[in-house]
Design a protein around this ligand. Structure first.
Ligand code: FAD
Length: 480
C-alpha cells in the first residue's frame, strides 16, 4: 500500500510528502513491545526467543477477528503487526480537527459477520442516503431506493439514468439475492459482474451511468470484471442494511475489536520475516529484529496475500495472484460549512463517462464529526493510482472537474487538505474465484484475510474466524 501526502498551493496546511504516521489523538488500544501474559517477557538483547499459544500475524480485520475468537476460546495468543497501529487497511488520521479515513470506505450494517462481532451502538454509525445523485449531462439525477425513499424514487422512474425496465430489473435482482443464502451466493456459478448485468437485461445507459460508478467504486473496477458472487453479496447487503460511517472514523471498527483484546497480547512495530514449521520447538516465527517466537498451538497468517507468499517463501503456493490489484486515490478538501451546496448525506457519482472523478461526497453531511465546528469536509475518490500524475496536477484536475459539477465559486472556496494514494486497496477478485478458501496450509499453519473470502470488511472478519475454527479442529484431532 502506498500512502502519500503533499503540500500544494491550495492547501491550508502543509504535510509531509512521504510516509504518513498515525495522527490519532486517541491512545492506541494496543500497546507495543508487550507479549502474552502466558509467555515469558522478551529479552531486550536481540535475538531473543519466547513462546505463546497461537501466533496471529497481522492486526487488520482478519487478524483481529482471529484474535477475538481465540480469546473467546481462552486460548493464549500473541497478535503481531508490522505497523504502528492496528487496523491494516482500515485506518483513520486526525488532522487539525478533521477525521480523514485512509481512503473512502463505507460500512454496510447488514454485513452478517460484522453484526455478530461489533457493537453498532457504540460505533455511533452515521447513515448515508439510500441512493445516489448521478452527475450526467451537466446535471444531477437522483437514484433512490424505493423502499426507503418512495417519493424520491418516483423521480427516479423518469430520469435519464436508466429506463423504467431497468428500474424493474433492479427490483427483481433484489428479490433474487434476498432469496439466496450468503453461502449460496458466494459459491454460485460465477461470471463477470458486467456480464451478469447484461444477461439480466440492463440497458447500456444504466450500466454506464449508475452501475459502473457505483459498483466500480466499491470494487475499484469500473470495467466491472469483478466476480458476480461479490456483486450479489454486496447487492444483498445493500438491500438489507444501511451505508454508514462511524462518527469517529472508519478505524473505530478495528479499534472496537482491538479494545476487547487483552492489550498484553498485541505487539506492534513487529514485522515477521519468516515462519519455520519444521522446527523442533513447534512452529517458530522470526521477526525482522532478530527475535524468534515459538507457538505451541499454531500460527495464523493474517497478512495480505503477497506478504504471505513472501513470509512462507516457497513453502506455500497459492497460484499466481491476479493482476491488477485494485487501487484508488482519495483526496480531501475543507470548506466552510455554509458553502456546502447540498445538505443531504448523499453520495455523488460520475455518470458522465468523462473525467477522472468516480465519486465524491460531503463527508460532514453524513458525519458532522468529520470536521471542526463551522467547517465541512469534502472527500473525492478516483479509481486507479494515477502514479504518473503529480499530486499538484491531480488536485488541479479534480478541482477543475468538480467546478463543472458545482460551479467555480463553490469549488474555488475549497482548500486542499490531503491525498491518499492507495496502491493496494483490494485483491483482484475477477472470475475464477474461490471466496471460501480452505484456511489450512498444513496442520498448525493457517491463512486468513480478504483474499481468502470476499474482499470486504465482512470477508476479512469471516476468514479470521474460520482460520481459528480450522486450528481448533486440528487441535481436537491431536487431543483425541
Ligand atoms: C481505500 C479502501 C476502501 C475500501 N472500501 C471498503 C468498503 O467500503 N467496504 C468494505 O467492505 N471493504 C472495503 N475495503 C476493503 C477492506 O478494507 C479490506 O478487505 C479489509 O480491511 C482487509 O482486511 P485484512 O485483515 O484481510 O487485511 P489488512 O487490513 O491488509 O491487514 C493485514 C495486516 O498485516 C500486517 N502485515 C503485513 N505484513 C506483515 C508482516 N510481515 N509482519 C507483520 N504484520 C504484517 C499489515 O500491517 C496489516 O495490518 C476498502 C479498502 C481500502 C484500502
Amino acid at each position: 500500500m502506498t500512502l502519500t501526502a503533499f503540500s500544494c498551493p491550495f492547501s491550508l496546511h502543509s504535510y509531509p510528502s512521504t510516509h504518513i504516521k498515525s495522527f490519532s489523538s486517541r491512545p492506541p488500544n494496543a500497546s507495543s513491545q508487550q507479549i502474552s501474559l502466558d509467555s515469558p517477557p522478551p529479552n531486550n538483547n536481540h535475538p531473543s526467543s519466547s513462546s505463546t499459544g497461537v501466533i496471529v500475524i497481522g492486526a487488520g480485520l482478519a487478524g483481529l477477528a482471529a484474535a477475538t475468537r481465540l480469546q473467546a476460546e481462552k486460548i493464549p495468543f500473541l497478535l503481531l503487526d508490522a505497523s504502528d497501529a492496528i487496523g491494516g487497511r482500515v485506518r483513520t488520521d486526525f488532522v487539525d480537527g478533521f477525521i480523514l479515513d485512509r481512503g473512502f470506505q463505507i460500512f454496510i450494517t447488514a454485513y452478517p459477520e460484522a453484526q455478530k462481532l461489533l457493537n453498532y451502538e457504540s460505533l455511533n454509525l452515521q447513515k448515508f442516503y439510500s441512493g445516489a445523485q448521478v452527475y450526467y449531462d451537466g446535471g444531477f439525477h437522483i437514484v433512490s431506493d424505493p423502499l426507503r425513499h418512495f417519493s424520491d424514487s418516483l423521480q427516479t422512474l423518469t430520469n435519464p439514468i436508466g429506463s423504467v425496465v431497468d428500474k424493474i430489473l433492479i427490483g427483481l435482482t433484489r428479490v433474487r439475492v434476498l432469496t439466496q443464502s450468503d453461502d449460496e451466493i458466494l459459491t454460485a456459478e460465477e461470471l463477470k459482474t458486467i456480464d451478469l448485468l447484461r444477461k439480466i437485461g440492463f440497458s447500456d445507459s444504466v450500466l454506464d451511468r449508475f452501475f459502473r460508478p457505483f459498483f466500480g467504486g466499491i470494487f475499484f473496477d469500473r470495467e466491472l470484471e469483478t466476480t458476480s458472487r461479490l456483486f450479489n453479496f454486496i447487492f444483498k447487503c445493500l438491500a438489507l442494511g444501511d451505508n454508514t460511517l462511524p462518527a469517529n472514523g472508519i478505524a473505530a471498527i478495528p479499534e472496537q475489536l482491538a479494545g476487547k483484546l487483552n492489550p498484553n497480547s498485541v505487539l506492534l512495530n513487529s514485522r515477521v520475516v519468516a515462519i519455520n514449521h519444521e522446527s523442533s520447538e513447534g512452529i517458530t516465527v522470526n521477526l525482522e529484529n532478530g527475535e524468534v517466537i515459538s507457538s505451541e498451538l499454531g500460527v495464523i497468517l493474517a497478512v495480505e496475500e503477497f506478504e504471505a507468499v513472501k513470509i512462507l517463501a516457497g513453502k506455500w503456493d497459492p497460484g499466481r495472484a491476479k493482476k491488477p490489484v485494485r487501487s484508488t486515490v482519495c483526496l480531501y478538501f475543507s470548506t466552510d460549512s455554509d458553502k456546502v451546496p447540498v445538505k443531504d448525506p448523499v453520495l455523488f457519482l460520475n455518470g458522465s463517462g468523462r473525467g477522472i472523478v468516480n465519486n465524491m461526497f460531503f463527508a460532514t453531511n453524513v458525519a458532522p464529526s468529520y470536521a471542526p465546528c463551522g467547517k465541512a469536509l469534502v472527500s473525492v475518490s478516483l479509481i486507479g493510482l494515477y502514479d504518473d500524475v503529480a499530486d499538484e496536477v491531480l488536485v488541479e484536475r479534480v478541482m477543475k472537474e468538480l467546478s463543472g459539477w458545482f460551479g467555480e465559486t463553490v469549488v474555488g472556496s475549497w482548500s486542499y487538505l490531503r491525498m491518499y494514494r492507495i496502491g493496494f486497496a483490494q485483491p483482484n477478485q475477477c472470475p475464477p474465484t474461490d471466496l471460501m478458501k480452505n484456511p489450512r496450509v498444513k496442520p498448525g499453519l493457517y491463512i486468513c484475510g480478504d483474499y481468502v473470502a470476499s474482499a470486504t470488511f465482512d470477508g476479512a472478519l469471516i476468514s479470521g474466524r474460520r482460520a481459528v475454527e480450522a486450528l481448533l479442529k486440528d487441535k481436537a484431532k491431536v487431543e483425541v
